[in-house]
Design a protein around this ligand. Structure first.
Ligand SMILES: Cc1cc2nc3c(=O)[nH]c(=O)nc-3n(C[C@H](O)[C@H](O)[C@H](O)COP(=O)(O)O)c2cc1C
Length: 499
């Protein structure tokens, strides 16, 4: 049971800490000219056009991300909805021509470290009106599906998820894979964290669009890795499945799947060498089919809540649709020193930390810490946010801009921002429960909440950006409250500078 030899996860996590992680090569320099081509190309593969409807829908982004009215009835999504889901999760939303050697970069619906776009999406489905049963790869270049297999292969996922009652009966699933080298070319061994950060931001869009269209959905992190990899035709070493989103609901159990032949070949040029540290961490957190049922359980956060809490006041409202917010989203490149309001902060924190259905529990297990640099109605200082009571506990008073900037790798973005938000997790507790697979859970769970935070910020007319951080300095900064917790994600919020 390699999964429960959790020194592997600790070795990876401690070895990839900024500034001196022992698994990273400090002399390495990234050259923009060596940016890998960010699209997967199949050879001789039939295609199906998607034609996603990009017009704004009726559900506001704030309602969609907080998923307060989620459907659990039997619903099978159709081709039109699938098209929309894929586009608003990983489609191209804008492009910018940079001077050489970088050239034109096509930006996607969700944020991604270094804009390296290493997460691919596959669909496994049956009974969707307008689409033949099969296994497909999403190609965002022209919004098409590469047809990898035809036939009903949901039985493979049923088996790979150990026939879980709540996981086995879905008519469609999106499988998210990571092409490790596309991102490790810049971020080296820390890439395996980015796999979940960048998958999590995509997932937050997928969850929101599914919710806006009343489609039942469930994030599945526990599955037989090699069975899912085999189904979508990836080797698990250069490209590997890391998360699955079950979509829709049906009473009928899937039939026995057709035999698994080969999937069409893709161009291997996009795959380069992958660091041993990534491969080891992935391997040690992989599950076999007999382990999956025993692995799946419900994490019960300890419900730590603020003492002497400060009320967050009334949330600012926004009616802007989830679709138009996703189309407008982009990471803020420069923040003004102007304040945001407590109502904006309240809506951002409250909406993005609502639970969602996952096979490890009901979402947002990380603890949320905040540095308020300029929030009107809130004294500058550091805070712990209580997700259940929706209140803040003041930890330290005063102007903490220097600390905010330092913790975000001494960049000006976290220094200038109105607030910085940190997701911290009790990794020891999570790993004891879920083994090394718990490392994947810890990272993805925080990243989904952070992805929702991006969307909430844009819905409220403010800006946001993900950030990387000095791991131990963040934990030390919030001590003693944060003692024993590890940082999973950092995000800055604020008004965009017009300069
Ligand atoms: C987890 C995460 C960490 C990031 N860290 C940084 C960072 O440290 N500094 C920075 O300037 N941008 C950072 N970014 C922003 C990315 O560079 C940005 O998402 C990417 O260029 C794509 O652009 P877009 O978000 O505007 O679509 C981060 C993004 C994410 C998702």
């Amino acid at each position: 049971m390699k999964n429960y030899e959790t020194e592997e996860a600790w070795r990876y996590h401690n070895g990839t800490k900024h500034p001196n992680g022992f698994l990273m090569d400090m002399l390495h320099r990234h050259r923009p000219a060596s940016r890998p081509y960010p699209y997967k190309r199949y050879k001789d593969c039939p295609k199906v056009a998607l034609l996603p409807d990009k017009s704004p829908g009726k559900v506001s982004a704030l309602d969609a991300i907080s998923c307060r009215k989620c459907n659990t009835e039997d619903i099978v999504p159709d081709m039109a909805l699938l098209s929309k889901l894929l586009y608003f999760s990983g489609g191209i939303t804008r492009s910018i021509a940079f001077p050489p050697p970088l050239g034109r970069v096509e930006f996607r619906a969700a944020s991604c470290t270094g804009a390296l776009y290493h997460i691919e999406m596959y669909v496994v489905c049956s009974g969707l009106a307008g689409l033949e049963d099969g296994v497909y790869h999403y190609d965002p270049r022209d919004d098409t599906l590469d047809v990898l297999r035809t036939g009903n292969y949901l039985g493979v996922l049923d088996e790979a998820t150990a026939h879980g009652p709540a996981t086995s009966r879905f008519p469609a699933a999106i499988i998210y894979t990571d092409i490790f080298s596309r991102n490790s070319v810049k971020y080296q061994a820390r890439e395996y964290r980015h796999a979940f950060w960048d998958c999590g931001t995509i997932l937050s869009n997928s969850l929101a669009v599914a919710c806006a269209h009343d489609i039942p959905h469930r994030l599945i992190m526990g599955f037989d890795d090699s069975a899912v990899n085999g189904l979508v035709g990836v080797d698990g070493k250069k490209e590997a499945s890391i998360a699955m989103l079950a979509l829709g609901s049906t009473q009928s159990a899937p039939p026995a799947p057709p035999p698994l032949g080969r999937t069409p070949g893709s161009e291997q040029a996009e795959y380069a060498m992958v660091s041993e540290a990534i491969l080891e961490m992935h391997e040690s957190s992989s599950l076999q089919s007999h382990e999956v049922a025993g692995w799946r359980r419900q994490y019960l956060p300890d419900g730590q809540e603020p003492s002497g809490p400060t009320s967050m006041g009334k949330e600012q409202a926004s009616a802007e649709s989830i679709e138009s917010v996703i189309l407008r989203r982009g990471s803020t490149r420069r923040f003004a020193h102007e304040p945001i309001s407590l109502g904006q902060m309240s809506a951002v924190l409250g909406r993005s930390t609502c639970g969602f259905d996952a096979d490890y529990g009901s979402g947002t297990i990380s603890d949320v810490y905040v540095i308020a640099n300029a929030v009107e109605g809130l004294e500058s200082g550091s805070y712990f946010y209580g997700k259940n009571s929706h209140t803040l506990e003041e930890l330290q008073k005063g102007d903490l801009r220097d600390a905010s900037g330092h913790l975000g790798l001494d960049q000006s973005l976290p220094y200038d921002a109105s607030a910085t938000v940190f997701f911290l997790t009790d990794l020891g507790k999570l790993l004891a429960l879920y083994g090394n697979r718990g490392y994947r859970v810890a990272q993805i769970d925080a990243s989904v909440a952070a992805g929702r935070m991006y969307l909430a910020a844009y819905a409220l007319g403010i800006g946001a950006t993900g950030l990387t951080f000095y791991d131990d300095d963040v934990t030390a900064f919030f001590e003693p409250h944060s003692r024993g917790k590890s940082v999973m994600f950092m995000l800055a919020l604020g008004k965009k500078s017009k300069a």
